[in-house]
Design a protein around this ligand. Sequence first.
Ligand code: FES
Length: 256
Amino acid sequence: MTLPKTVEEASVVEHVWLSNQVRKLVLYAPQIAKEAVSGQFVHLRVADQIDPLLRRPISLSSADAIDGKISLIYRVVGHGTERLSRLSFGEIVDCLGPLGQGFALDAVRPLLIGGGMGIAPLVFLAECLRPAPIEILLGGRTKEELFWTEIFKDNCEQLHITTDDGTLGTKGVTLDILPELLQHGKFDRIYVCGPRPMMEGAAKIAKEFGITCQVSLEAHMACGVGACLSCTCAGKNGKRHKICSDGPVFWAEEVF
Ligand code: FES
């Protein structure tokens, strides 16, 4: 079991909108920033929050051990994230973390694939994989969802985009162009984070090409530290995994 290393009273240093539903929250949390690796998450509770009582797990989009800041990119979708979205400069957040198992960083020629809010942890991953030559494949419904291109532009060699409606990049979904990318690239690792069908599909294609693949799973979480079993998923051979502490990052063959 992965135990929480730190519960930190983190203060808000920046909180900006990236789209009409997505915000970037930067917190001063020096202990967590020092320990975090890409793929991990924090479990947040607004300090004065009574309702809802549960924390919210949010993946790390960056952690800087030098300036002590971590950043989180999240979509405002319910009561908890709506309350989070009202935090202003200097307010305090109860921040538990860093939690979970991160990505393996030994790739020589990585391809990062992200869809929806699954793109958020890939920002940190791309930073950590540098100076490896990174290519990134992002998918969204429409170009308004792909503000991410600006975020990634300095941290990759090539960015490939798909949108469902064709308003940016190739019309279609990420899996439509993945086989062609793998034919022409010399990738030795695929990292995928996004909707489950996308991750399953990418893992299957990666296997066909003989490329190792890591996926980052999402789940509703209560404790976040492997104690309550609210986040388990089925693995191979009847084994069950706790997404919060065995993951959220898994080798594809462990879970698909
Ligand atoms: Fe409690 Fe994973 S959230 S075991």
